[in-house]
Design a protein. Structure first.
Length: 281
């Protein structure tokens, strides 16, 4: 008897709705994709433009990349961005690991739902609201620690982004190995250090990479809380754009885009490897 792989009525007798069969769906999808990505492709292309014009092509050149990398102000802004992103990523990831362990493995306790809601608040609120609230708080307590203000603001904002991949990994983990370690007289710290943490590492790496991308690309919060002399790369690019779009702006934007793509791709590959490893178990 030959089996059929074509879609048909489900066991309940209802026809399945396939959105791809909707008239004009493919064409509409392509239009939206082109609308979203053509400006990005143009930005990358014109970052190699030999002319001072950002819209008229005059030939291929690396002049604007060399000029951007040789600019002392760009270098200082890039260093500030890396410092903020690195510290915020490390602190946010550590906090997210402990938060995930408490909320996913801590059982039911009073205030568990409230704790989760507060933890996710920076992600659910509009970023401008978070930025204004953070600025108001820093002003009220008269906190003036230079770049540290940006670090604190980014850390709080990045925690939920680091938390979600870690919690997802923790909830999908099999506890058999942890139970086996405890059966072999391993204490809680040894079980966490040698069993739980290695199994959790793909989620930790994904969360850390996501936090790094969020921090290094952030503009709104940084604009609100950064004091004078604490310019990051997004703020510097914004200042350049206000004076007109040039190929140097395109070059810096392309570099930031490349950094984000590298981290997103790495996080995706780690997730694929994790899924493959889980399927093979």
């Amino acid at each position: 008897m030959r089996s059929s792989t074509t879609s048909g009525p489900n066991p309940a007798g209802e026809k399945q709705f396939v959105i791809g069969r909707f008239p004009g769906f493919a064409a509409t999808s392509w239009i939206f994709l082109l609308y979203l990505y053509i400006p990005i492709f143009l930005l990358i292309i014109f970052s190699f433009n030999a002319s001072h014009s950002a819209t008229i092509w005059h030939g291929f050149s690396l002049e604007w990349y060399l000029k951007a990398f040789g600019n002392d102000d760009v270098q200082r802004a890039a260093v500030n961005s890396l410092i903020v992103a690195f510290i915020a990523t490390v602190v946010a990831t550590v906090v997210a690991v402990f938060a995930a362990l408490i909320l996913a493995r801590g059982g039911r306790f009073r205030g568990r739902g409230l704790s989760y809601g507060i933890l996710m608040l920076p992600m659910t609120m509009p970023e401008i609201v978070t930025a204004v609230a953070t600025l108001s708080f820093f002003t009220a307590i008269k906190l003036d620690i230079g770049l540290g203000r940006v670090v604190i603001a980014h850390t709080v904002f990045c925690i939920p982004f680091a938390f979600l991949p870690i919690r997802a990994r923790l909830q999908g983990m099999d506890t058999t190995l942890e139970q086996a370690a405890q059966d072999l007289y391993a204490n809680e710290w040894q079980t966490f250090r040698y069993v739980t943490l290695p199994l959790l590492m793909p989620g930790i790496i994904s969360g850390a990479m996501l936090s790094f991308i969020i921090s290094i690309d952030d503009f709104i919060i940084t604009l609100m809380v950064a004091p004078a002399g604490s310019t990051t790369l997004p703020l510097y690019i914004y200042g350049m754009v206000r004076m007109g779009v040039t190929p140097e702006v395109n070059a810096l934007s392309t570099v930031m885009l490349a950094i984000s793509l590298v981290f997103v791709s790495t996080s995706y590959l780690i997730g694929r490897k994790k899924q493959a490893g889980t399927a093979n178990q």
